[in-house]
Design a binder for this molecule. Structure first.
Ligand code: SF4
Length: 403
């Protein structure tokens, strides 16, 4: 069992032998003050084991304060409806250029079949994302939305990255605002905050030179938020960026959130390098170390508190065991069951494409946390009470989170 007062006592004890920088961050955390960019940089560069433990406990303290011992996951399905893309990001091994023999556009009947299958397995969210395919027009995107809602109107549609929205608006000669309004009228509920990678134009010029700029990403996201379309936000790290770029990225996220309150969560995405062109760059790191994953999780939780309340770690990219450990470093969400995941796997991720509810429940309860199934907006749909494994899956529905 993890108790918040025990954690506070441990932080206070360790602070007696920690550095003054770690002590100051702990002081801010325990007195509910936000940390600044210098503090965030300190966390990401920290390599002293005592300091790191102080900071980890601070992140865990804030996680417990925000969502108690609950760890959430969502039953969802990813549908990557086309892999044809003209953007050609160097870290992407999922897409192919137009005319490539393995390019595809998923027939609408196949999309419908996958949505029906997901619905029958209890999915509450359908995530639709694809490449930037110049042959696909607005009517195709509208058909995708309509198909999902036809299967069941209660299915939440989480779809179309800021890159897809920006490019489709250009193709259709529409303003981003007008396009988003049309998509919303046809069933779009939220958008993924992907295509963020690192929000620094110098880094983007190296890793994804044809992708939208930082300004354009912010424009799509803030326009969506202003229309009541909430989004996630993401960060892909462990390649050519340095700590200063990460801090800049997190600052952009925090500043937006202070204005719009539109982000539902931050999703931490370590770079999966194996099959990518980016890894061939001499100065590109082969992904992050597990210690860096830990520091990213701690820094995101503490720096973004109390503005972004949910920190999601990707079991697909990290592997289950590391994702599980990060639940003790400030993360509170394990993401989705997915049912299929093409993008990380094309880049060489080793985890399988689907994780069952039972596996999520086991993963979470085995570290003394309480598994809870959520919807896209973090409403709790079902809590799996801990106890013996056989009763764990009976669950209780409609519970609200309490510390
Ligand atoms: S990451 Fe997205 S935009 Fe970039 S090449 Fe892959 S599919 Fe295209």
């Amino acid at each position: 069992m993890i108790y918040i007062d025990k954690i506070v006592r441990s932080i206070e004890k360790l602070c007696k032998i920690s550095s003054s920088e770690a002590f100051e961050i702990a002081e801010k955390v325990l007195s509910d003050k936000e940390i600044d960019e210098k503090d965030c940089e300190f966390i990401l560069k920290c390599d002293d084991p005592i300091d790191l433990e102080v900071l980890r406990l601070c992140a865990l303290y804030l996680k417990l304060k925000t969502s108690g011992r609950y760890v959430t996951f969502i039953c969802n399905r990813n549908i990557n409806f086309t892999n044809i893309c003209v953007i050609g990001c160097l870290f992407c091994n999922f897409s192919v250029p137009p005319g490539h023999p393995s390019g595809y556009v998923m027939p609408l009947s196949e999309v419908e079949r996958r949505v029906r299958e997901a619905w029958s397995r209890g999915a509450v969210e359908i995530c639709l994302q694809g490449g930037v395919n110049p042959t696909l027009r607005l009517d195709y995107y509208i058909s995708l939305l309509k198909i999902v809602k036809k299967v069941d109107n209660r299915l939440h549609i989480h779809a179309f990255s800021p890159q897809e929205v920006h490019s489709l608006a250009e193709r259709e000669n529409l303003k981003v605002r007008d396009l988003l309004k049309i998509l919303k009228e046809n069933g779009l509920d939220t958008i993924p905050g992907t295509a963020a990678e690192i929000l620094n134009d110098d880094i983007r010029k190296i890793i994804c030179p044809r992708k939208i700029s930082v300004r354009e990403w912010i424009h799509v996201i803030t326009t969506a938020h202003s229309l009541g379309i909430r989004s996630t936000c993401t960060i892909m790290y462990g390649h050519v960026e340095n700590v200063e770029h990460i801090v800049q990225h997190l600052k952009i996220i925090r500043d937006i959130q202070k204005e719009t309150h539109g982000f539902t969560e931050i999703v931490l995405l370590p770079f999966v390098h194996h099959n990518t062109r980016l890894r061939k760059l001499r100065y590109c790191r082969p992904g992050s170390s597990s210690l860096y994953d830990v520091k990213m999780c701690i820094a995101s939780r503490i720096y973004l508190y109390p503005y972004v309340t949910n920190v999601q770690v990707s079991w697909v990219k990290l592997g289950r065991k590391l994702a599980q450990y990060l639940l003790t470093c400030g993360a509170n969400d394990l993401g989705g069951t997915l049912m299929e995941e093409n993008i990380s796997h094309a880049a060489g991720a080793f985890e399988k494409e689907y994780i069952t509810r039972e596996e999520f429940v086991e993963l979470i309860s085995s570290i003394g946390m309480i598994p809870a199934e959520r919807d896209t907006l973090y409403n709790i749909l079902r809590v799996y009470q801990s106890g013996n494994n056989s009763s764990a899956l009976s669950g209780t529905t409609g519970s609200s989170l309490a510390i």
